[in-house]
Design a protein around this ligand. Structure first.
Ligand code: HEC
Ligand code: HEC
Length: 318
């Protein structure tokens, strides 16, 4: 009996020692690095593509990368949960050494698809990847970032590298991994295919599901519809004063958007207006640039997602 206990003790001690070594390894080594497989890309740049790119960057990237001078020079991100560490978005202006002058178009494309930077470092989970965005839309984003718009005017501001927490480092060995670079061209559906277009806007382009499903950690980037609680809400977002703001249930269920009209949906999405006249917390970013046609397509699509019975414990301002 005594002997058995002794062996148990040795085994447990061994396991604890291995775990301690692993923890030490993870905290010293940090997030694993990867070899970028830089694709050949040729970016079409004309006034149409730059205008589309500007609209997309304003809707998708500006929230994290735009500073108080309306330049894409990056800054400290206050709304990243502290459990993830301290995070600065980076300078993506046209500056030669501090901005995107360091990146080729192919390196940018690779980063935006997979999450792997040119130096092989991976940006989990705070810089989203865009695995489902159409090639043309991504190319237009790059065309705009290279254009002489005031938002991209060179800034020499160097941002600190993110300081990931132990949690993020550990999860980057098991859960947060780069996405594969697509093997084929991704073609966005045309606006005439309304349901597919609405789905593309919400899942591929803007990523509404990322905030509106159960949790960032259980979202599935390549197949959003397999994310836990897909559009059922409850993901704890962080508001401007550090308050927790659970996202809303957008599914066509009584506890979601059933009973809403298209115009109420539009007012909420474009200007953060609630049906009762109140204002949504800015944790829900307003999207004023969406066109009527896009709102129609999103509204049509959201009726088709499976209803989820989930009464979200919503944020109520004092
Ligand atoms: C939710 C916030 C967020 C959004 C949205 C976002 N980014 Fe970022 N971005 C970051 C953070 C944080 C980093 C730094 C990541 C790191 O270094 O680990 C980063 C890094 C980058 C880098 C790497 C720069 C370097 O110095 O290596 C590029 C390029 C970039 N982002 C472009 C974009 C573009 C283009 C978009 C829109 C299509 C976008 N980002 C959307 C937060 C964001
Ligand atoms: C950055 C996270 C985030 C993104 C991205 C986001 N939302 Fe939201 N959304 C929220 C949060 C949080 C709330 C709840 C705000 C509150 O309770 O005041 C919300 C609320 C809403 C509401 C109000 C529903 C209600 O019951 O009051 C609608 C409609 C909505 N979002 C639609 C969308 C659509 C469509 C998109 C994509 C275009 C989108 N959201 C993208 C976080 C987000």
């Amino acid at each position: 009996m005594k002997k058995a206990l002794k062996y148990l003790g040795i085994t447990l001690g061994g396991i604890i020692l291995i775990l301690l070594c692993l923890a030490l390894f993870v905290s010293i080594k940090g997030i694993p690095t990867y070899e970028p497989q830089v694709p050949e890309v040729s970016i079409q740049s004309d006034s149409m593509s730059i205008a589309n790119g500007k609209r997309l960057v304003t809707m998708i990237c500006a929230g994290c990368h735009l500073n108080e001078n309306r330049q894409l020079a990056g800054g400290y991100l206050e709304d990243i949960p502290t459990a993830f560490g301290k995070v600065w978005s980076q300078n993506i202006t046209r500056h030669e050494t501090e901005g995107l002058g360091r990146y080729s178009d192919g390196q940018l494309m690779y980063l935006l698809r997979t999450g792997v930077k040119k130096d092989g470092n991976f940006c989990p989970p705070w810089m989203p990847s865009f695995p489902l965005m159409g090639d043309e839309d991504l190319e237009d984003i790059i065309a705009f970032l290279r254009s002489d718009d005031p938002m991209t005017a060179p800034s020499d501001k160097a941002q600190p590298a993110p300081q990931p927490s132990f949690l993020v480092k550990a999860l980057s060995y098991v859960a947060f991994k780069p996405l594969p670079y697509p093997e084929k061209e991704i073609v966005a559906p045309p606006p005439s295919d309304q349901l597919a277009y609405g789905k593309y806007l919400m899942n591929g382009l803007i990523g509404c599901y990322e905030c509106h499903s159960a949790d960032f950690k259980s979202n599935v980037a390549l197949t959003p519809e397999s994310s836990v609680g897909y559009y059922g809400g409850g993901n704890p977002l962080i508001g401007p004063d550090g308050e927790i703001v659970p996202s809303a249930n957008l599914t066509p269920h009584e506890s979601g958007l059933k009973g809403w009209t298209r115009d109420q949906f539009e007012a909420a999405v474009r200007s953060g207006k609630k049906p009762d006249g109140g204002t949504l917390n800015p944790a829900m970013p307003p999207h004023p640039m969406l066109t009527d046609e896009e709102i129609d397509a999103m509204w049509a699509f959201i009726q088709t997602v499976p209803p989820i019975d989930h009464v979200v414990d919503r944020y109520t301002p004092e």
